[in-house]
Design a binder for this molecule. Structure first.
Ligand code: SAM
Ligand code: SF4
Length: 326
């Protein structure tokens, strides 16, 4: 079957699958405090529906799937879903993004289910600051991280959203923590998604500044990492630590974008920073056959825009990151 190619010649081979828009944290840059206006359960794609959509993508050339949310571990039975996705012919890279709050309980089960790689969000290792940023307890996340290590996940990538005046002074402590535990550390620029993201954008920090700052203390040499993402990697000389820089704003990477996002209600979002979308749930619930599902996915891919406009139109995206599946 012909692979999925978008109107700008990009091959689409990576699906980020949001299994819930709910979360057990409230990172201030992502979801408003006390937010409760979640998608109704009857609108959630069930596991059969998810398996059908990902199966269709796999037949159309998708090899990579990342399970995300909201917080994916709040969706009941997630390891069972992971096992079903892992078993789909063609899917050879199954990964998970999590805040790790509930990871200690699920790590080994997820590994057995076939999840190969983990990305864990952690913006600081200062317990007080962690509470201020997320509303949660750092201790649980550290337990989750250690359980992931014990379960044999490799690599374990830590994602740190770096914000001026919030946690920018924590980058060195995070580097040392990641050297000690053999984690990979990736820095991310804040994106103006929803009101929360726009508020956080007041703390926007160009990652070039972070890199310059680290270069005063560490020797950074070019490095590479497997994965389908947009991070540019450096290695800290004399250690195994890889540092990734994800710069959607200061140096966007739209020309190599290879992904789409499926939200919990079965909407395909074609770009994180645009509203272009295609609703698959009505088709699934109307009993669409495999050929028509393939055609619908091709029609959706034809809508993929060239690039985000976070810099030019920061007010454009009203949904929070947790609604699309970051
Ligand atoms: N709950 C999981 C987690 O935190 O890893 C998965 C979903 S979360 C939406 C995925 C990623 O999006 C996290 O690394 C988080 O830091 C990032 N994120 C959320 N809002 C953001 C924003 N406004 N700007 C940049 N990154 C953001
Ligand atoms: Fe939850 Fe992840 Fe958003 Fe934080 S970034 S509120 S952990 S979905």
């Amino acid at each position: 079957m012909n692979p999925l190619i978008d109107p700008f010649g990009r091959s689409i081979e990576y699906v980020r699958l949001s299994v819930t828009d709910r979360c057990d944290l409230r990172c201030f840059y992502c979801m408003p405090k006390g937010f409760n206006d979640f998608e109704a359960p009857e609108h959630w794609l069930n596991f059969d529906e998810i398996e059908r959509v990902i199966g269709a993508f796999a037949r159309l050339g998708t090899r990579r799937v990342r399970i995300t949310g909201g917080e994916p571990l709040v969706r009941k039975g997630l390891p069972g879903l992971a096992a079903r996705l892992h078993a789909l012919p063609g899917i050879d890279d199954l990964s998970l993004s999590t805040n790790a709050v509930q990871l200690a309980r699920h790590a080994s089960e997820l590994r057995i289910a076939g999840v190969q790689r983990l990305n864990i969000s952690l913006d600081t290792i200062d317990p007080q600051r962690f509470r201020e940023i997320t509303g949660g307890k750092l201790e649980k996340v550290i337990d989750g991280l250690m359980a992931a290590k014990t379960a044999g996940f490799s690599p374990i990538k830590i994602n740190m959203v770096v914000m001026k005046g919030i946690n920018d002074n924590d980058v060195e402590a995070m580097v040392e923590f990641c050297i000690e535990h053999s984690f990979t550390l990736r820095f991310i620029e804040t994106m103006p998604m929803g009101d929360t993201g726009r508020e956080a954008n007041a703390h926007f920090l160009d990652l070039h500044t972070v890199r310059k700052r680290l270069e005063r203390r560490y020797e950074l040499v070019p490095g590479v990492m497997p994965g389908g993402g947009p991070a540019r990697y450096m290695r800290v000389a004399g250690t195994e630590l890889r540092l990734g820089f994800i710069t959607p704003l200061s140096q966007h990477f739209c020309e190599t974008c290879n992904r789409v996002r499926l939200s919990v209600d079965g909407t395909l979002y074609l770009c994180l920073g645009q509203e272009h979308k295609f609703e698959l749930r009505p088709l699934l619930r109307a009993g669409v056959d495999d050929d028509a599902l393939n055609t619908a996915i091709r029609e959706a891919i034809a809508l993929k825009p060239e690039r985000h406009e976070f810099n030019d139109k920061p007010g454009q995206v009203v949904r929070f990151m947790s609604m699309t599946g970051g």
